[in-house]
Write a protein that binds this ligand. Structure first.
Ligand code: AGP
Length: 609
């Protein structure tokens, strides 16, 4: 969603801000803007649309100045427009905002009664005006910020400039991530670390209700009452190349190829000898033992990884698992308490619905374990225990490598929980561990066959509707394949449990409607072949995805994609099978001329409810 970058140093701020915004583009946005201290005062430039619109507005000669703030906006209050774009200014105050001000109507009313006039429809302008009002009473930035924070309700990461304090950046964080980047003779603020990677990998994580004051020489942290304090700096392991395309046409394609490496990085630290060990993560065996049930809570792709996790844990450990959509969890009056383990899954660690579900589970006394990719993110910090996936930065909005490592984490967890609960012998666990070690290689082999997916899309690209069918683990994968296709190619698709199709949706199968049938599980193959034939009998076009050696009769499928021989174990087939599904979605999106990495209306990390 919205992105923030701020700079104070000796470089040309406009260049730093634009580069930072480019690195934040992946979060999703509909307008962009910057404000900076120039020789002739504090100037703001903003434009609806892509960054190129803002660059066109700025022209060939960028405004001079060494301190400023920048923002990419994803509209919540007020349509995307030049006026609603950030920064917003009022009197001496200019600011950018990520999040949602919940009581903005009440505050606006008060300000309107004082005779203030608003130019935008945003909640953000209310913050700017309120802060300016406070600043008018006492021209002390810290005092004005502290007083303003007392009235704000909602989520906000703010980057603030005061016209009469050139060179100083102020920042505030509540329920929306913000970091302070630490350089030599220059400092930054940013909504995520990728924005500052070209300059520094050292940063201060801002916690809830903290204020930062940033100048070229100093980056100070303060409590919400303006009391200074210090915090140890964090260091990002990600380097800039991880956040660049490196010769690929799209981040998504690069990230698909990065899956073997991401799997290796996630699996190997937890595979010790013949068993699985989370002690280096601080997740002790007692934490993974003795509970009534497991509840997995997540959104989108992370939720699909949870569905795979349910299947694995239930079949290996025989413990009941429910998978919950995070946005529904809080409103479903969940039966959750101290005897339950709640597993929260999130790539970004900032998804608002998922974070809210975590807070509810904690409040109910449940044990909480987070599977998160972004180190130091809100979910990682708030959960009782965290297992990091090591996928590196995922820039494309469509999640690919994060899904694979989330699945990998569920393999590890399911096997460890099964060992602890006594449903898996040490000998059987050791056999699985050996197989786990081969998974990165298996995915690498699958990627080598990418050409067959490219060929297959010619049959699908002109469709207006497409169906995915599968059973068991394959059914979970179908949901993910369908989501991938929808979000990046805008081609309507639906995922159906293969046996459920005939209970209604089969009425939509007519001449040439494509159906992707995922059939990687040998014991379900026969049933899947029957379901494929049902589709064929109605004139549909069947593309089957199955294991090497599977026999698919000619009258059941029009085209077959085979996984490589190295997919030996039924349970691990999803890690391979997801690759062709990701590639099919990608190739279709490319052929349809879509903006693959930044699909319309979508944001990488959904930080509003
Ligand atoms: C996946 O391709 C989507 N962009 C989306 O469903 C995503 O997985 C979801 O918003 C959850 O995000 P998170 O993992 O960062 O919490």
């Amino acid at each position: 969603m919205c992105g923030i970058i701020g700079y104070s140093g000796k470089r040309e701020a406009a260049e730093v801000l634009l580069e930072g915004l480019r690195n934040l583009e992946y979060r999703g946005y509909d307008s962009a803007g910057i404000a900076l201290f120039t020789q002739t005062g504090l100037k703001t430039y903003k434009a609806q649309g892509r960054l190129s619109q803002l660059e066109a507005l700025l022209g060939d000669r960028l405004p001079d100045g060494q301190c400023g703030i920048g923002h990419t906006r994803w509209a919540t209050h007020g349509a995307p427009s030049d006026v609603n774009a950030h920064p917003h200014a009022s009197g001496k105050v200019t600011l950018v905002h990520n999040g949602i001000l919940e009581n903005y109507m009440d505050l606006k009313e008060i300000l309107l009664n004082k005779g203030r006039i608003f130019t935008s429809q945003t909640d953000t302008e209310v913050i700017a005006q309120w802060l300016d009002e406070e600043y008018g009473k006492t021209p002390d930035p810290m005092a004005a910020i502290c007083r303003t924070l007392k009235v704000l309700r909602g989520s906000y990461a703010l980057g603030i400039l005061f016209a009469d304090h050139p060179g100083a950046l102020y920042a505030v964080r509540k329920d929306s991530p913000l970091i302070v980047g630490l350089g030599q003779g220059e400092n930054f603020i940013a909504s995520d670390v990728t924005a500052i990677l070209p300059y520094t990998r050292d940063y201060l994580l801002m916690e809830e209700n903290e204020i930062a004051v940033v100048t070229p020489e100093r980056a100070g942290l303060f409590t919400q009452d303006g009391q200074p304090f210090t915090r140890e700096a964090s260091h990002a392991d990600w380097d800039i190349s991880a956040a660049q395309k490196g010769g690929y046409a799209h981040f998504m394609r690069k990230e698909i190829d990065e899956q073997p490496h991401a799997l290796e990085a996630t699996l190997s630290p937890r595979l010790t000898g013949e068993s699985i060990d989370f002690s280096a993560d601080g997740v002790e065996d007692a934490f993974l033992s003795d509970f009534r049930s497991i509840q997995i809570v997540a959104c989108g792709t992370a939720m699909h990884a949870g569905l795979i996790g349910k299947h694995l844990i239930e079949s290996l450990a025989r413990i009941p698992v429910s998978v919950n959509i995070a946005s529904e969890y809080r409103y479903s009056n969940p039966i959750v308490g101290r005897d339950d383990l709640v597993i929260i899954v999130s790539q970004s660690g900032e998804t608002a619905d998922t974070l809210a579900a975590l807070r509810l589970a904690k409040a109910c006394g449940a044990r909480t374990l987070a599977i998160v990719n972004v180190v130091g993110s809100s979910i990682a910090r708030e959960a009782e225990r965290v297992l990091y996936t090591y996928a590196g930065p995922e820039i494309a909005v469509a999640s690919t490598k994060a899904f694979s490592v989330q699945m990998a984490m569920f393999y590890l967890l399911a096997l460890r929980i099964a060992s602890l609960s006594g449903t898996l012998s040490a000998k059987a666990a050791a056999v699985y561990v050996e197989k786990l070690k081969k998974l990165p290689r298996m995915v690498e082999d699958t990627l080598k066959a990418a050409g067959s997916c490219k060929e297959a899309v010619s049959d699908l690209v002109n469709a207006s509707d497409l169906f995915y069918i599968g059973r068991g683990l394959d059914n979970c994968l179908c949901m993910e394949g369908s989501l991938k296709l929808k979000e990046i190619s805008y081609l309507h698709s639906e995922s159906y449990a293969a046996g459920e199709l005939k209970h209604g949706a089969i009425s939509l199968i007519t001449e040439k409607v494509p159906v992707i049938a995922v059939a990687t599980q040998p014991e379900l193959l026969e049933k899947m072949v029957s379901n494929m034939r049902e589709v064929k009998a109605r004139g549909g076009f069947v593309l089957a995805l199955c294991r090497a050696g599977s026999v698919i009769p000619e009258d059941a499928a029009d085209r077959v994609i085979y996984l490589p021989d190295s997919v030996e174990e039924d349970l691990f087939a999803p890690l391979a099978a997801i690759v062709p599904l990701q590639l099919i979605a990608y190739e279709i999106a490319v052929l349809r001329g879509c903006d693959v990495d930044k699909p319309r209306n979508l944001a990488k990390s959904v930080t509003v409810e």
